[in-house]
Design a protein around this ligand. Sequence first.
Ligand code: ZN
Ligand code: CU
Length: 480
Amino acid sequence: MTVYDTLIRGGTLVDGTGAPRRRADLAIQAGRIAALGELDGHRASETLDARGLVVAPGFIDVHTHDDRAVLETPAMPAKVSQGVTTVVTGNCGVSLAPLLGEPPPPLNLLGGRDWYRFESFAQYLDAFNAAPAAVNIAPLVGHSTLRVAHMDELQRPATTGEISSMCRSLEDALDAGAIGFSTGLAYPTASAASADEVVAIAGLLAARGGIYTTHMRDEGDHLLESVAETLETGRRAGVPVVISHHKACGRRNWGRLAESLSLIANAQGPVAFDVYPYTASSTVLLASFLDQAEKVLVTWSEPHPECAGAVLQEIAAAWDCGLEETAARLQPAGAIYFQMDEGDLQSALRYPGAMIGSDGLPHDVHPHPRLWGTFPRILGHYCRELGLFSLEEAVHRMSGRPARVFGLRERGSLAVGHHADITVFDPQAVIDLATFEQPTLAAAGIHSVLTNGWCVWRAGEATGARPGQVLDRAAGNGPA
Ligand code: ZN
Ligand code: CU
């Protein structure tokens, strides 16, 4: 008889591979899964009764802006309350390092000058390792961050010299432990970058086994051209590509996701995408994003903090001025844009290789509910209530699949020897509670969450344990 650190007894295992659920106990020793199966005769320092509950891998949030949150609020309640144990940071071209100084939008999603204090990526990772969070991080380096660090003027493509400087920075970051590179080509900090610039920088990843993720140049009228550009960039650079928060924006483009999904299905190289389960997007408030939205909700405003949570159209009416002028007066600011179609969203979610990423914005005063609701909403609303996919498939999209695409070794599925990142939830009760009106409510039905064998969420509260690690990427992985 072995005495384990922790025994999770009587649960139903949904192991993250997509395989059918089965009854099994799970034992943890030294941060790893030590045994699976009937473990009746065994004892442990701690026992968790999982009768009636599902035991699944901890979820991997593949699209986050948690670069600063993991340092500032290391208990990470917004994420561990959803069963998330790993976050991929640095998405959309925005990473907290390597950059010193005052960041322009959208880099200010992560904060102002006070937070851009890491001259090198190694310094950022040192800060995390010195004071880890409740979750693991798999960090990306942002293209816009590199542009701001190395260019004096952003409204043009980078010169050969600037590209070399960005490449050197990216190499340093990869040496320090970054898993890849992200772009946000829709944003003013990067929209003038040519495809050649991106290929030149992303090309570095090929020899290093890195991954490339992109908030594409256009998700509205030119969605299909953007998908084509993305696939071409991946092919030319010789790297696996992840399309971020895949969607079709603007009523006149609704229904077009079917076309972009078929481009993806027929792509030659390795490509995958992530999606969040809502029909509203959120980022900084930008005048150029206004025309496609049916309604805009302000999430924060530096000069007008009282406007957080208010509808832009109503503020404009009260101030008796146009939408663009209102947006200008609110700057710097953030917003939620209601601009997608439920049918498109469901076809993205249903797509066999879809991954789930919250794209939550942890520093917004009145954030998009995806920050607190994404993963339980997949399990409760889209799986249980609407039956879009089986529970096994839902869990796979949030664990096994992203672990494979991002090359996160021995994570994302429950097997002996794997790291003990585990979520225990009630399949009948799990549901998101965060709404556009009340966006920071923790979900229901997430029973216990363990990162590297340590309990980080229990009985509706973050435990304060901070066992998170910086994860590296196993080369040779990617979307198959
Ligand atoms: Zn984005
Ligand atoms: Cu994002």
